[in-house]
Ligand binder design. Structure first.
Ligand SMILES: Cc1cc2nc3c(=O)[nH]c(=O)nc-3n(C[C@H](O)[C@H](O)[C@H](O)COP(=O)(O)OP(=O)(O)OC[C@H]3O[C@@H](n4cnc5c(N)ncnc54)[C@H](O)[C@@H]3O)c2cc1C
Length: 418
């Protein structure tokens, strides 16, 4: 009997999964339906460059349908809830969409309203987020006319998408202000709830010294509870204050609201409870999750979503064939960290191994935990790779879902998370 796979979300993970599964199954055997609320597929890593005039939202956005192979049915609708017992998704118009296999790829949502005052006076004037296109574009105008003063970059709390992006923003701001000739007139401060610049000890050390070199003040263990846009104050729950003239914030993140309306599916933040190795949901054996939508203790990143797609597509194929799932995902993540002045560093890690120095993906390759121009060009090239190889599901030579150990030194076991 013809099986129906329903994929929720046509962003990074949903598109990769739909294309990989379409290649793996004939139209006679499997119907693939993808649901998304809108038609704008944004290459989100490109949002980092918008505030600095290095990209425009239109240049990093493409229609969703053109990223999907023939034979995939794309439905445009808000998702209302998933009924696990009936194996059906309810769309906003109330119509049920039955599934044999469900893949959840609905990502993470920004929740700026959840921090007192954030979207009040000053929002879009002196308080911005570059995590969505309109905010990034508004910030570009604000930065271009910024006369100098206190520029504060803050992430409210983890988890967030691409945990290094706020740091990259601070490094690029240093470069941008330097280029504008006003760096000496700006007090640049990075405010984080973490006890260091990043979650992983070695990378945190390296990134903290970079902040120091660039004269970016680091304020740690700051749990932001309120934004006073009119008064220009960022206030923590323990009543510490950081004054600002311009605040660049990364708001709280949560899973999409429909997860909370789907009993048994998500955790308290609305992220789907997922097996960390097979990517099967903990709620039902025919439900899987990928990317930012999961509650996995790894980064919410496109690289993670790509590595997961390799394992998850294989597991969906296995399930349809009645074979055992493979516990093949190891938490592999990597991120280019733009550091300004045409340089970037690269970090590569998994559930068990923290970012280490060396090279990726082979002993001769991109340098790890070290600034280089090669890494910067790697980051820039990534947009092409994203549209032309990652989304269509084409193999990348030498890149595998599991973290490579060759090229890394020394080999330590360390913390999870991030
Ligand atoms: C500023 C920024 C910089 C980044 N930089 C990097 C980087 O350098 N490297 C890296 O690896 N990653 C980076 N990322 C993270 C990366 O973009 C995400 O991790 C990745 O896109 C996650 O893919 P996803 O499929 O899980 O979610 P998304 O690509 O966000 O897709 C989720 C989809 O679900 C849809 N959806 C959600 N809820 C509903 C609903 N109720 N009804 C209908 N549709 C719904 C949305 O419209 C969306 O299309 C960055 C992110 C940001 C914001």
């Amino acid at each position: 009997m013809r099986q129906r796979i329903v994929i929720l979300g046509a962003g990074t993970g949903g598109t990769m999964m739909a294309n990989r599964l379409r290649k793996a199954h004939s139209l006679d055997d499997v119907e693939i339906v993808v649901v998304d609320r809108d038609d704008d597929h944004v290459y989100q890593p490109g949002l980092l460059f918008v505030p600095f005039g290095l990209a425009r939202p239109a240049e990093i956005t493409r229609p969703r349908a053109t990223q999907l192979r023939n034979g995939i049915d794309l439905r445009r609708s808000e998702i209302d809830r998933v009924d696990l017992d009936a194996a059906a998704v309810h769309l906003a118009d109330g119509a049920p969409l039955a599934y044999d296999t469900l893949v959840i790829a609905t990502g993470a949502e920004l929740l700026p309203e959840d921090t007192e005052g954030m979207t009040g006076p000053g929002w879009g004037e002196r308080v911005f987020t570059f995590y969505e296109p309109a905010g990034a574009q508004g910030l570009a105008a604000a930065l271009a006319s910024f006369p100098g003063g206190r520029l504060v970059v803050n992430l409210v709390d983890m988890p967030i998408k691409c945990p290094v992006a706020p740091l990259e923003f601070a490094f690029l701001a240093d470069w941008y202000l330097h280029d504008r000739g006003i760096r000496e007139d700006v007090e640049l401060t990075f405010v984080t709830p973490l006890d260091g610049a990043f979650t992983k000890p070695l990378a945190s050390q390296r990134l903290s010294s970079l902040l120091d070199e660039k004269r970016i003040e680091l304020v740690t263990e700051f749990a932001a509870g309120e934004v006073d846009g009119a008064g220009g104050r960022l206030v923590s729950y323990d009543e510490r204050e950081v004054p600002f003239d311009l605040l660049v914030t990364v708001p709280l993140h949560g899973g999409p609201a429909y997860v909370g309306r789907s009993p048994g599916l998500g955790d308290e933040l609305g992220f789907v409870q997922t097996d960390p190795y097979t990517l099967q949901s903990k709620a039902a054996s025919n439900v899987f999750a990928i990317g930012d939508a999961t509650n996995l203790p790894t980064s919410k990143a496109g690289s993670v979503t790509h590595f997961e797609a390799g394992v998850l597509a294989d597991n969906v194929v296995r399930r349809l064939a009645g074979r055992e799932l493979r516990a093949g995902y190891d938490g592999h993540a990597n991120c280019f960290v733009e550091t300004g002045f045409h340089k970037a560093l690269l970090i590569d890690f998994n559930y068990e191994t923290e970012p280490l120095p060396g090279h990726y993906p082979f002993p001769i390759g991109l340098p790890l935990l070290r600034e280089s121009t090669l890494n910067h060009f790697g980051k820039l090239a990534f947009q092409w790779v994203y549209w032309h190889a990652l989304l269509p599901g084409r193999p990348l030579p030498g890149i595998h879902p599991q973290m490579p150990t060759a090229g890394k030194r020394p080999f330590l076991s360390a913390s999870k998370g991030g």
